[in-house]
Design a protein around this ligand. Structure first.
Ligand SMILES: CC(C)(COP(=O)(O)OP(=O)(O)OC[C@H]1O[C@@H](n2cnc3c(N)ncnc32)[C@H](O)[C@@H]1OP(=O)(O)O)[C@@H](O)C(=O)NCCC(=O)NCCS
Length: 150
């Protein structure tokens, strides 16, 4: 399993970005609930376990002194990398952790040889677009279609 690790002095505590360790799985799902990222039709526990089981995806975690501060799920389909469940604990926002998580996702994707990283923002969560724009993401002229299989 690949590890994407970095440390920073940009927050009060030393922070590592690592692949989400199993003892923090429940904390990750709690963070996703608390951050408004879960929906009744998705099972976040299953989403997490599927992502960490697969060779083509992982969940990156921002961790300080064993505490989970943030997450980002990243995976690729052989063509593009997609990012999901980007969340930073409310009391840790605006300290650069979201930027570092997204940068770790980009490094992970580049390490897999895919040339582009992208993500979807739900209708209703438009205020977060300013965060992604600061990181160099651009709104693209596409409509995403989906059909549930399960
Ligand atoms: C989006 C989120 C992950 C950002 O995390 P964060 O750690 O606060 O972000 P950072 O501190 O790394 O911010 C990076 C840049 O974006 C800017 N930014 C962050 N949130 C912003 C916001 N809501 N509006 C405008 N700019 C924002 C910061 O000012 C910073 O700019 P700079 O580095 O150029 O000065 C966090 O707000 C969050 O968890 N939101 C709830 C979950 C969510 O909506 N996730 C996205 C799902 S698509």
């Amino acid at each position: 399993m690949r590890t994407h690790r970095a440390t920073t002095g940009s927050t009060a505590l030393p922070v590592d970005i690592v692949e989400l360790p199993e003892p923090l799985f429940d904390a990750a799902v709690r963070l996703w609930h608390d951050s408004g990222l879960t929906r009744p039709w998705n099972d976040p526990d299953e989403d997490l376990r599927r992502a960490v089981r697969s060779a083509g995806s992982t969940v990156l975690a921002c961790v300080a002194e064993g505490q989970l501060l943030g997450t980002a799920m990243v995976g690729h389909d052989g063509h593009r990398a997609w990012v999901y469940y980007v969340a930073v604990r409310q009391d840790q926002r605006r300290r650069g952790l979201g930027r570092r998580l997204m940068s770790a996702c980009a490094d992970w994707a580049a390490g897999c040889g895919v040339p582009k990283v992208q993500l979807m923002v739900r209708t209703g969560n438009e205020p977060v677009l300013a965060f992604y724009e600061r990181l160099g993401f651009q709104t693209e002229q596409v409509v995403v279609l989906g059909r549930r299989l399960l």
